[in-house]
Write a protein that binds this ligand. Sequence first.
Ligand SMILES: [Zn+2]
Length: 143
Amino acid sequence: VITYDMRCAFGHLFEVTRPSSVEASNAACPVCGEASTRHWSASFAVGARASAGPSREQMPRSWEAVRSGERATVRGWHELARKREALEQKHPELRGDARPFLAHEGRFAHRPLRAGDPLPGSVVERASRGGQSVNGERSPDAQ
Ligand SMILES: [Zn+2]
């Protein structure tokens, strides 16, 4: 889950917590009930937080989660990702599972497939039947 800093039309600031795949905009302001939008200056203010920021696990992976590419949102996440990367250079123990995601949609939405994960049997079967490699890697029994 991710905690978003939100700001309503009247300037009330509050936080909402959402799964990383769910967009937080339009959360009703707890004070006045108005719709809200992300409050980026709070999220990215230098020195505003001592936290390490969201881990890679918490960063959005779907197009919807970055508001279909809305620029401020994408820029904000890029900035967070860049800071996280710099932090991980200094503190490799924070890196966690840094293997790239190969698939994160459809059947993989809840359990993304990462490089090195065993492929589900049906995917391997389809790949070898179609003569296509999956992600550039030959399945063990297709040699
Ligand atoms: Zn409000």
